[in-house]
Design a protein around this ligand. Structure first.
Ligand code: DAH
Length: 370
């Protein structure tokens, strides 16, 4: 058979191949190791030079023609296979989309937002300060000079000034409370205008058990004015707690206490009772079935603290308070182990966390139920 009709036959069978498998079988039959065209190429070696000159180009042309035809047919079959697949698979746009994992707002963040919302309504701005604080702001300016015994109540994480990498003459400390923000806010205000701030944030102490973690959260409050009294303090706390716990029957008891940064100092207790084994804030602690629980520390800003903040204590006075955010969250939303707050267990967060859409507002309610 001459090479032309051999080629025509090959092209014809390639054109008739129904699918990729059939096409591959043809490729092997023509061009594989034992393939017919491969066999023709091998005969070239045994030919005389003259014969090879006339026959060689024909065999090579045959091989090239078949190779090209195979490639073209392959592309065509693949295209057809894709078309068929697209035609067979339909997309149902009405099917529900798969759920994507959604994060939640940590109860501590939620409670801080709730408090910021409540205090904003009372005219308080939010102030912040560094968590790595210097000794002066954390202690000295708050009337806790070096070797003051009250520093022992705040045993904490000190950062050696030479090892800290900070350009500072003082030792640095992981702040033990949010009270240093009082000093920063007063100094920023310049000592000549009234001040109303809260300062939420992280604080650190070397403490660890079911109700204490080495890192926890506080909200500090500070009001400075020319005629601010303890009565303003009591009203503010009562108003804040009523809004926070969403109950009108919050009863406070102010107990004399001691803090270096306030004079006089008061510890504020609130009445509560157990309902279904859970502490519920409300009512007087002296009422039947009720008790008092310590909630926060507060007092009138000590003269030395006003002075350190750049305010003249003969003209200005004010009140301050500090409250544990984690404890408020536990009381409001019913968790009982503080350590779980910071374990980062997604199941706990899924249970106690809040939707990012539950933004606390006074009109919408700051008391979204978990
Ligand atoms: N800084 C105190 C603490 O962490 C809490 C506190 C008490 C803050 C009385 C105040 C205050 O502003 O007046 O234990």
């Amino acid at each position: 058979m001459d090479y032309e009709s051999l080629g025509a036959q090959a092209l014809d069978s390639i054109a008739k191949a129904q699918d990729l498998d059939a096409l591959e079988a043809l490729r092997v039959a023509f061009l594989g190791k034992q393939g017919s065209i491969s066999g023709l190429l091998k005969t070239l070696g045994a030919m005389s030079p003259e014969e090879r000159q006339t026959t060689g180009p024909k065999i090579h042309a045959l091989r090239e023609g078949v190779t090209n035809a195979l490639a073209e047919k392959k592309a065509a079959l693949e295209g057809a296979a894709l078309e068929a697949k697209l035609a067979a698979e339909t997309v149902d746009l009405t099917l529900p989309a798969p759920e994507s994992a959604r994060g939640s707002v940590h109860p501590v963040s939620q409670v801080m937002d709730e408090l910021a919302e409540i205090f904003a309504d009372l005219g308080f701005a939010v102030a912040t300060g560094p968590e790595i604080e210097d000794d002066w702001h954390n202690f000295t300016a708050l009337n806790m000079p070096e070797s003051h015994p009250a520093r022992a109540m705040h045993d904490t994480f000190y950062i050696d000034k030479d090892a800290s990498g900070y350009e500072t003459e003082q030792d640095m400390v992981l702040r033990t409370h949010t009270s240093p923000v009082q000093i920063r806010a007063m100094l920023a205000a310049g000592g000549d205008k009234p001040l109303r701030i809260i300062a939420p944030g992280r604080v650190y102490r070397s403490d660890s058990d079911a109700t204490h973690t080495p890192m926890f959260h506080q909200v500090e409050g500070l009001v400075i004015g020319k005629d601010i009294t303890l009565a303003h303090l009591k009203w503010t706390l009562e108003t804040m707690l009523k809004a926070f716990f969403e109950r009108d029957d919050i009863v406070l008891r102010l107990r004399p206490s001691y803090f270096p940064f306030t004079e006089p100092s008061v510890e504020v207790d609130t009445g509560y009772s157990y309902v279904d084994g859970r502490r519920v804030v409300g009512g007087s602690g002296d009422a039947p079935g009720h008790s008092w629980m310590e909630l926060l520390g507060s007092g009138m800003v000590n003269r030395h603290v006003l002075t350190a903040g750049g305010y003249d204590p003969d003209q200005w006075q004010g009140f301050a308070f500090g409250v544990g955010v984690d404890r408020l969250a536990m009381l409001k939303y019913g968790m009982n182990d503080l350590r779980a707050f910071f374990d980062g267990d997604a199941r706990w967060l899924g249970h106690y966390g809040f939707s990012g859409l539950d933004v606390p507002t006074l009109s919408g309610g700051v008391g979204v139920q978990a």
